[in-house]
Design a protein around this ligand. Structure first.
Ligand code: AMP
Ligand code: MN
Ligand code: MN
Ligand code: MN
Length: 296
């Protein structure tokens, strides 16, 4: 029998992906996945619909979230993945609400900055973009602004809108307020969430020796896993993540970071074509949670 595969990192149109949560789960079943974690940015708003679709389509849906935390030494930010996020937890909901409020502030400031550059853009234009691509959107960010810039003719593509205006350090870039890694990780871990370090090797921006120190710090705040498989990784990245996990006694997660049309070329489960994340990883996460007396 073919090995069962999963995807523990995905986005829907509740944040900056393009599929609805139910469509995402249906596509996971069509792709032959046994489990999928929905990990929208800064919101758990898509989880009830995804969980219901999971029951309907026979897919194990892991309720998750992706949260950005402060970078250091000029890095923009780091991302952490929460898996098994409880519904209605005051501390976690507060953390995510604050993150979304900080997004709204950044979106407003970005429009002001773009207007200062002479662009004829308004918050109404942003709202129009949200209605088009994320009608139930709860976590609005730069992809929505990028779509708006594209629609208004200021960029030939979403990618180009990031390259010219919205990317880190570009002329229309406005930083958003983020919590420290300590606050983000410890708040989630304190609520019984399995916390993983998302794509630590992304674009190889963090040198290996510094990654080792960071993982050690993050573990002291409650980190229990590391994303060892990701669409962006080459073999060297995977090896480094596996080494870090072994050295720090961390569990493994893996996912495509699927965004639907929001990230062309990345498929659910398969990533850029050669991603195979075995069910064994999720079984091990579940075993660890059971041993720690946590729900699954
Ligand atoms: P935000 O969460 O609002 O800071 O926006 C970051 C999101 O924009 C990421 O999660 C990606 O989905 C997307 N993104 C980042 N860089 C690019 C890029 N160069 N081209 C297209 N999308 C991007
Ligand atoms: Mn995204
Ligand atoms: Mn990320
Ligand atoms: Mn992601």
């Amino acid at each position: 029998m073919r090995e069962r595969t999963i995807d523990l990192h995905t986005h829907t149109n509740i944040s900056d992906g393009s599929d609805s949560p139910a469509d995402l789960v249906e596509k996971a079943r069509s792709a032959g996945l046994s489990a999928v974690a929905l990990t929208d940015h800064d919101t758990v708003g898509g989880l009830p619909e995804a969980m219901e679709a999971g029951r309907k389509f026979g897919v194990d849906v892991v309720p998750g979230v992706e949260l950005a935390v402060q970078g250091v030494d000029g890095e923009e930010e780091f991302h952490i993945l929460g898996l098994y996020v409880p519904q209605g937890d005051k501390a976690v909901d507060g953390l995510l609400r604050e993150a979304r409020d900080n997004r709204d502030t950044r979106n407003r400031l970005t429009i002001e900055k773009l207007r200062g550059l002479g662009l004829d853009v308004t918050l109404d234009d942003v709202n129009e973009a949200i209605r088009t691509i994320s009608p139930k959107g709860m976590s609005i960010g730069r992809p929505h602004l990028a779509y708006m810039l594209f629609r208004k003719g200021y960029a030939d593509s979403i990618r180009q809108a990031f390259e010219i205006y919205l990317g880190y350090g570009r002329v229309g870039y406005v930083p958003r307020k983020l919590v420290t890694p300590k606050v983000g990780i410890s708040t989630m871990a304190g609520a019984g969430v399995t916390v993983g370090f998302a794509h630590p090797c992304l674009r190889k921006v963090i040198p290996a020796d510094r990654l080792d120190d960071m993982v050690s710090d993050f573990k002291s705040y409650g980190l229990t896993a590391i994303e060892a498989y990701h669409s962006s990784y080459d073999e060297e990245d995977v090896r480094l993540c596996l080494t870090l996990a072994a050295r720090h006694n961390l569990l493994l997660t893996g996912g495509s970071d699927y965004h639907g049309n929001g990230k062309p070329g990345v498929s659910l489960g398969a990533g850029k074509g050669n991603l195979h994340i075995p069910m064994r990883l999720l079984d091990e996460l579940k075993d660890a949670r059971k041993k720690a007396g946590l729900w699954i």
